[in-house]
Design a protein around this ligand. Structure first.
Ligand code: PMP
Length: 438
């Protein structure tokens, strides 16, 4: 029964429209609705549940902490939970990766971390402009929204979205156009109209924008460009970070070191709200309370995050497992694409951050997602036209469940293709409809 939601919850609600069940329980990569129906989760709270729902190892620590009346809300007071998190993050995540960052706890949402990062870059450099990229997504509050490409979201800002210039992301004009050259020219030409920016802000893999993957070379060139011109590089690792692409930080395999990094989503480890801004120490020019907020000390999230880092990041077991499962996932999806050669379906991504793109028939992506939901798999769409189905299972998903989910998705795709074939008016030109199922 969804009546109370329909009548009382604002129309702004969104995901529940695509997945109209009333969920009650969840463990690992499975969700259960109130009637006990099971769903396999290939969405993972948009990348928030990398360690799965109600991970029992993390839950144990949380329950212990609550049992001991540990501090839950602490503004930004010193607490033992925060100390343990800072020490663990330094010892297990930063130091072994030769990263030297100070840590800011902004408000607990991703968008708040991006706001803080943009403010800091402007404060440090004394410049106003930020360069962001086509199809980028950085959040819904005014500053971050200014750096988000999507018109649907931008048009309701209610105020001018200032201070951001968009440049084409890697591959925006196809594989043959070097988008770095364009940005370099804009920055180096005194008459381009682009004032020297404070920072360049990017996702290494664009999540909401359609699982667009920047090449390591492109990322390296962006870093060089920033260094040459004394521009700060901000990597928004809110969706791609915390292991999603196979390593804790998505930028590390590219060999780049951003000046500022934003993290959120799975850093809270148990679906608990938390976000971080990492900054090179010399950039920490904040005055006390300049970026304040009531919920900057979610101590339960510190406890969960500390435990998850200790369990999953002290060695490379999880990283290897991600790479292995990513390989299985990609192989399966490529084979599936091969069943429909006329549709030009493509698979792209890094690690367990994978998209299947329906560029020529965008409407089919939503149909596959809807069909998969009917059959018990939760799978989101993304991209400017919702033309990409996004595979974002919890990183800890068992291989058998990954397999089972993929089986359901394969059947869903075949059904959607069959329906399109039977009803060419529903989307497919005749010539292609013939080819769907010979
Ligand atoms: N940056 C990126 C890369 C994201 O994917 C998101 C959320 N999808 C955000 C920022 C905003 O995070 P939040 O929704 O927690 O504000």
């Amino acid at each position: 029964m969804t009546t109370i939601f329909d009548s009382h919850e604002s129309k702004v609600r969104s995901y529940c429209r695509a997945f109209p069940a009333v969920f009650k329980n969840a463990v690992g990569a499975e969700l259960f609705d109130e009637s006990g129906r099971r769903y396999i989760d290939f969405f993972a709270g948009a990348g928030t549940l990398n360690y799965g729902h109600n991970n029992p190892l993390i839950k144990r620590r949380i329950l212990d902490y609550i049992q001991q009346d540990g501090i839950i809300h602490g503004l930004d007071l010193h607490t033992t939970a925060k100390r343990a998190f800072l020490e663990t993050f330094e010892n297990i995540i930063l130091r072994p990766r030769h990263l030297n960052y100070k840590i800011q706890f902004p408000g607990p949402t991703g968008t708040n971390a991006v706001e803080a990062a943009m403010k800091l870059a402007r404060k440090v450099t004394g410049r106003n402009g930020i360069v962001a990229f086509t199809n980028g997504y950085h959040g819904m509050t005014a500053g971050a929204l200014a750096a988000t490409g999507n018109t649907y979201h931008r048009q309701v800002s209610g105020s001018l979205l200032n201070g951001v210039t968009f440049a084409p992301y890697d591959g925006y004009f196809g594989p043959d156009v070097d988008t770095i050259q364009y940005l370099r020219k804009l920055i180096e030409d005194d008459s381009s109209g682009l004032d020297k920016p404070a920072a360049v802000l990017l996702e290494t893999v664009q999540g909401e924008g359609g699982v667009n993957v920047a090449s390591f070379k492109w990322l390296q060139q962006i870093e060089s460009l920033c260094r040459e011109h004394d521009i700060l590089l901000i990597v928004d690792d809110i969706q791609a970070g915390c292991g999603r692409t196979g390593t804790f930080f998505s930028f590390k395999p590219a060999g780049i070191t951003p000046d500022i990094v934003t993290l959120s989503k799975s850093i809270g480890a148990y679906g608990l709200p938390m976000s971080l801004v990492l900054m090179k120490p010399e950039l920490d020019c904040w005055e006390p309370g300049e970026h304040n907020g009531t919920f900057r000390g979610n101590n339960l999230a510190f406890v969960a995050a500390t435990e998850a880092i200790r369990i999953y990041w002290t060695d490379n077991t999880l990283s290897l497992a991600i790479q292995h499962k990513a390989h299985l996932l990609r192989r399966r999806l490529r084979k599936l694409c091969d069943e429909f050669p006329a549709h030009g379906l493509t698979v792209r991504g890094r690690g367990l951050f994978v998209g299947m793109a329906f560029e020529q028939f965008p409407q089919l992506a939503r149909q596959v997602s809807a069909e998969a939901f009917q059959r018990g798999v939760i799978l989101e769409t993304c991209g400017a036209r919702d033309q990409v189905i996004k595979f974002l299972p919890p990183l800890i998903i068992e291989e058998t469940m990954l397999d089972e989910g993929l089986e359901v998705i394969s059947d869903s795709l075949r059904t959607v293709m069959q329906q399109a074939n039977n009803n060419p008016a529903g989307g497919l030109p005749d010539s292609i409809a013939q080819e769907v199922h010979p």
